[in-house]
Design a protein around this ligand. Structure first.
Ligand SMILES: Cc1ncc(COP(=O)(O)O)c(C=O)c1O
Length: 375
């Protein structure tokens, strides 16, 4: 490969791969900070709680702590990770509506007292094991068009929200408001608008019933496009959400959010190497050292679509990319445009920070991608 003909970016990736080996994920601290700043600029009223399920790499958590971002955790392991990184208990929301009793107990013992719920059984558990906790009722809202549907398993019908908040009050808990999630990789501002309309009706009703309604949690969902060339709808969606928040809620109502994908998606690049090649069905097949059981598990669990690029330049042909394991399921993508590749050539994927390494396995003994943090 003629090194001098490569772009500066490709040369940089090549240098990293030579130095660190592959599979490799590069985590850009600068990109993380940029996303946080962008969120705060476009949604000035919203206090972000990073949903660490999207990517819990310690340096990502540390960067969020340094930026003063709060956290959404779904388990005691996640809670421990953010507390160990220096977050304060009051910066954390335990946003899993179904929690083991022992997790509720441990959360209370560590001073994490803001939790979500969506059913009576959970309220009884919280009242017994975290007496006096602050609770948000999670309501089910339209997830239309969102790539990852999050309304199937969680969220009470909005018409039942008030009775659950009253029950919370009667149990000695502090019903603080509600939460919702419009579905992950949400491309429709309308989902937020409808959810906020519903939330405002419940907020008004709660006030009439003299419930201490102080927080609306608008969840996550904000999208990341797979390539910088695609039109990014975030700024437009955020402007609509911001205007709706001001129209529907009094200024003293606290608005929080749980962005995961939006913060980490653009901040990570995966670099893989071709470890083998074959011709099947008259097409080139390239076998990479990362696949569907690894970082590209995002394709399975997150329904993600990625842009595969080659460090090598040249005329392209349609090919198939496959992962390194023995399973035929481990076919990454068909019909990908790639130049002719050789063993050792690099294939990379940008914007792969969310729900990728988080769900990667070491099936077949294939090593997890090494993570390197860059400024
Ligand atoms: C409760 C909750 N909050 C926040 C998130 C993060 O969502 P996103 O990555 O779409 O921002 C999720 C994702 O599954 C979730 O389940």
């Amino acid at each position: 490969m003629a090194k001098h003909r490569l772009s500066a970016e490709k040369r940089r990736l090549l240098d990293f791969a030579r130095k660190e080996g592959t599979p490799l994920v590069l985590i850009s601290r600068d990109a993380l900070r940029r996303q946080v700043a962008r969120f705060r600029k476009r949604l000035p009223r919203v206090v972000p709680h990073y949903a660490i399920k999207a990517n819990s790499h310690p340096e990502i958590v540390a960067t969020m702590v340094a930026e003063g971002v709060n956290f959404d955790v779904a388990s005691i392991a996640e809670m421990t990770a953010v507390l160990d990184a220096g977050a304060k208990p009051e910066q954390i929301i335990f946003a899993n509506t179904i929690k083991p009793v022992d997790s509720i107990r441990q959360a209370a013992a560590r001073g994490v007292d803001l939790m979500t719920f969506d059913n009576e059984c959970e309220l009884d558990k919280i009242a017994e094991h975290a007496p006096g906790a602050r609770v948000l009722v999670r309501i089910c809202v339209p997830n239309i068009g969102s790539i990852v549907e999050l309304g199937l398993k969680f969220g009470v019908d909005p018409s039942d929200a008030i009775s659950l908040l009253i029950k919370a009050y009667k149990l000695g808990l502090r019903p603080m408001g509600l939460s919702f999630h419009v579905g992950s990789q949400c491309l429709r501002a309308e989902n937020y608008i409808e959810a906020l309309e519903i939330a405002s009706i419940i907020a008004r009703d709660a006030k009439l019933k003299q419930l201490p309604f102080e927080i609306v949690d608008i969840g996550g969902g904000f999208p990341v496009m797979k390539s910088a060339d695609e039109e990014d709808p975030f700024d437009r969606m955020a402007a609509v959400v911001s205007a709706e928040l001001d129209r529907l809620f009094e200024p003293n109502l606290r608005i929080i959010a749980e962005p995961g994908r939006f913060f980490v998606g653009p901040a990570v690049t995966l670099i893989t190497s071709v470890v083998g090649k074959a011709i099947r069905e008259n097409k080139n097949w390239y076998y990479l050292d990362d696949g569907v059981y690894g970082t590209l598990s995002a394709q399975v669990f997150d329904h993600a679509k990625f842009d595969f690029q080659s460090v090598r330049d040249g005329a392209t042909r349609l090919c198939t990319l496959a992962g390194p394991t023995c399973d035929s399921f481990d076919i990454i993508a068909r019909g990908v445009e790639m130049p002719e590749l050789d063993v050792g050539d690099l294939v990379y994927v940008e914007r792969i920070g969310a729900y990728s390494t988080a769900s990667a396995t070491t099936f077949n003994g294939m090593p997890a991608a090494k993570a390197v943090v860059i400024p």
